[in-house]
Design a protein around this ligand. Structure first.
Ligand code: C2E
Ligand code: MG
Ligand code: MG
Length: 712
């Protein structure tokens, strides 16, 4: 509150009367801002002194009377006027009304009457000003936002649609009437119920405001997406009598992907629905839906950052578009998922031609921010015919075929056939079971001994995960890929790491000779920036000597993005944790290339060991691998030794360690404890008369078999 006095302009041509008014005003606590004798003078003084209010006589000296002066003051200066007059005739009154005065007081009047009029006039004027300001604000805001406005009187049931509301949908003003039905009949049938429900809920007070996104028919016959907001005005008992709000066109945001600018799922589904309708017409052609997925986008963004990932997606989108004609739609569903709609295909062959052209383009390297990036993608094709009842079904089948192409890994694309559907259902079941497996602690770690091939002693174990699914053991080959695709591989491996480190810490205490624990870590996990910290924490929690821990890495993990992994590997080595290369020989890496990485040992893949003795070539390969590994200062472990002959061969090939069913299958901790506490079943093969240390020449299979009494 300010104590500033209200300033009043007195317009009165009779000096005595004017004096009386001024006196009264002073007594009532007002300040006289100025006194004018004529209309012209009144306007000039009002402009000069900017009073809060004018008391205006109607009959004045000069050409202009009080009503004309009041009119000018109201129009240009927004000063409220009260007429003080002796004229009470209807004609004067009607003229005065037009100037929207804030009072009309007949002379003679009493002081308290004057005060009452002045106070009410000031109050009303203030109120009007505020209202006008808020209206202006609202109008500016809505003009700026380009919104259409609507205002629904619930009592008369009439609804007002602003011109903008109509024009944003392409309608002329006269094309839309004033009943609610005019609105409802334009709504997409699938959205109508929801709009009515939300509106009804707000009217009865169940929600604070009305807000809804829906499709509405525009003048061209297409549906546009709009966001509609509204607020009800209620009486003191809370009953709504009016509801008003805005309508914003959100079609672009709703149906286009913001990154690539391609249609998104909504728009594609719309087009798919129309294509499906057409197949139901006589002699109509089928169409094809291609679901294209990029596999390694996450790995790329993890290692090169989101900026590169985003640019890559934009470039992928561009290449796909370039392969299609204008009538064909390519939609971008999510980060790594694209869906193509090829209208008018004859059969799967047309679509296959497009798919192979696409893959030809996508196989070429991408140059992003000075980096060369390769992507791998799979596509599933579903042919849309009249047999489908809704677009979702076509999409589902295309996606099933895509998963099949991805899992098979042979062809870049697959065409859906009905046999795939049951596989897809099984896969869904597997995913949903796996989601619970971690929380329900259904994973187990089995351990497979790793044996020193000179002494026959167990020197360590490999930790291998198992899933106890409804009492049945499931092997990693049957669920790891799925876990990976669900982004659950890292949490699972974290758990295996902790579990096996705790186990190893326990066994290390019980055993006098040092033991090691080898744990498999996926490519995805190696590219996680958190791996090193996780390891530190796990070592700390389990109290395991880092030197007892070995992490296995596959060739493909190394190859995928050497930069990021190289850094992680050297940090792991700094922790004094060892690194072994798993499944060596199945990938593409050359030994000289491996020299760059801090790798302690190679595990020769079991496919080579299984073929030892079958052909000379394998023998030579393994010999070469072992020889080179040794010359690079790495140890060699032979995986998958299943019989004595293979064991002898790898002994002769100077592999230091071996692992395989010949020694022991992977077992649960209890079984391992009983194995290592007693005499090893294979100890006889390490008797002193057979091969003390490594002989120098490789024996042929025949002499080996004779030597060991094996069937030839
Ligand atoms: P891997 O790391 O090469 O493990 C060796 C696999 O060969 C194990 O299969 C093991 O049971 C099997 N194996 C060992 N000796 C023999 C043998 O003499 N003959 C035959 N035929 N097989 C033998 P498993 O346990 O089914 O694991 C398969 C693969 O799953 C593993 O291959 C490894 O790549 C992966 N894996 C297992 N646990 C994990 C884990 O915790 N994380 C990750 N990322 N991968 C895991
Ligand atoms: Mg392994
Ligand atoms: Mg292996």
């Amino acid at each position: 509150m300010t104590n500033k006095k209200t300033r009043i302009l007195v317009v009165e041509d009779e000096a005595i009367v004017a004096l009386g008014i001024k006196n009264s005003l002073n007594i009532l606590g007002y300040e006289v801002a100025a006194h004018a004798l004529s209309g012209e003078e009144a306007i000039a003084k009002a402009r000069e002194t900017r009073p809060d209010l004018a008391l205006m006589d109607i009959i004045l000296k000069g050409d202009m009377d009080g009503i004309q002066a009041a009119e000018a003051i109201r129009a240009t200066l927004e000063i409220p006027v009260i007429f003080l007059t002796a004229c009470a005739d209807d004609k004067t009154l009607n003229r005065a009304k037009v100037t929207e005065p804030f009072g009309y007081l007949l002379k003679p009047f009493e002081e308290r009457e004057l005060k009452g009029h002045i106070e009410i006039a000031l109050y009303k004027h203030d109120l009007e000003k505020k209202l006008r300001e808020s209206e202006e604000r609202y109008s500016l805001a809505t003009q700026g936002a380009n919104d259409g406005l609507w205002d629904w009187n619930l009592e008369t049931r009439e609804i007002y649609f602003s011109p903008r509301w109509k024009s944003m949908l392409g309608y002329e003003d006269r094309q839309i009437g004033r009943s609610l039905d005019e609105w409802l009949k334009l709504l997409h049938p699938a959205d109508k119920h929801n709009v009515q429900k939300l509106m009804g809920e707000h009217i009865i007070g169940m929600s604070g405001h009305f807000e809804c996104e829906y499709r509405i028919l525009d003048a061209s016959g297409a549906y546009r997406w709009v966001l509609c907001r509204g607020l009800a005005l209620r009486n003191t008992r809370g009953k709504a009598h009016r509801i008003a709000g805005s309508q914003t066109d959100i079609t672009d945001r709703k149906v286009y992907n913001p990154l690539t600018g391609l249609p998104n799922r909504i728009l594609l589904m719309d087009r798919l629905e129309r294509a499906l309708k057409r197949t139901k017409a006589p002699n109509e052609q089928s169409f094809a839906v291609l679901s294209l997925n990029i596999h390694n986008l996450k790995t790329i963004t993890d290692s090169l950052g989101y900026l590169v990932g985003d640019q890559l997606i934009v470039e992928v989108a561009r290449r796909i578009q370039a392969c299609l004609s204008a009538q064909e739609t390519v939609a971008h569903f999510g980060t790594d998922e694209f869906v193509l709609l090829l209208e008018e295909t004859r059969d799967g062959r047309d679509a296959a031609v497009v798919a192979s052209r696409l893959h030809g383009e996508l196989e070429k390297p991408f140059q992003i921010e000075g980096q060369t990036v390769y992507i791998s993608a799979s596509t599933g094709i579903a042919i849309g015919t009249g047999n489908y009842s809704c677009p979702e079904e076509v999409l589902r089948d295309a996606s099933t075929a895509m998963h099949r192409a991805r899992a098979a890994g042979k062809a870049p694309f697959e065409i859906f056939d009905t046999g795939m559907r049951s596989t897809a259902v099984a896969r869904l079941k597997l995913e949903s079971d796996l989601r619970h497996a971690l929380d329900e602690q259904e994973f187990r770690v089995y351990y497979q001994p790793i044996v020193c091939l000179k002494t026959g002693r167990v020197t360590g174990f490999e930790a291998l995960v198992r899933w106890l699914r409804r009492g049945q053991i499931v092997f990693p080959g049957d669920f790891l890929d799925v876990l990976e695709s669900m982004d659950l591989i890292i949490p699972m491996e974290r758990w295996v790491l902790l579990e096996s480190c705790i186990q190893m810490a326990k066994w290390s205490k019980q055993n006098k000779d040092p033991l090691t624990m080898s744990v498999n870590v996926s490519a995805r996990h190696y590219s996680s920036p958190h791996l090193v910290n996780e390891l530190k924490e796990i070592l700390q929690r389990s109290q395991l000597d880092p030197a007892s821990l070995i992490l296995e890495i596959t060739e493909s993990a190394l190859m995928e993005k050497t930069g990021a992994v190289e850094e992680t590997l050297s940090q792991i080595r700094d922790l004094n944790v060892q690194i072994h290369m798993d499944d060596f020989g199945t990938g593409y890496s050359s030994l000289s290339y491996l020299h760059r990485f801090p790798i302690n040992s190679l595990k020769i893949d079991r496919s080579f060991i299984g073929n030892l003795g079958m052909n000379d070539e394998t023998l030579k390969i393994v010999q070469a691998i072992a020889g080179l590994a040794h010359s690079l200062g790495m140890g060699v472990i032979a995986e998958g030794i299943e019989n004595l002959m293979q064991m002898r061969m790898v002994q002769w090939l100077k592999c230091e360690h071996g692992q395989g069913y010949y020694f022991s299958k992977p077992m649960d901790p209890r079984a391992i404890e009983s194995l290592i506490s007693g005499e090893y079943p294979w100890s006889a093969a390490f008797g002193k008369d057979v091969s003390p240390g490594f002989p120098s020449a490789i024996p042929d299979k025949k002499s080996l078999c004779l030597l060991e009494n094996l069937p030839q």
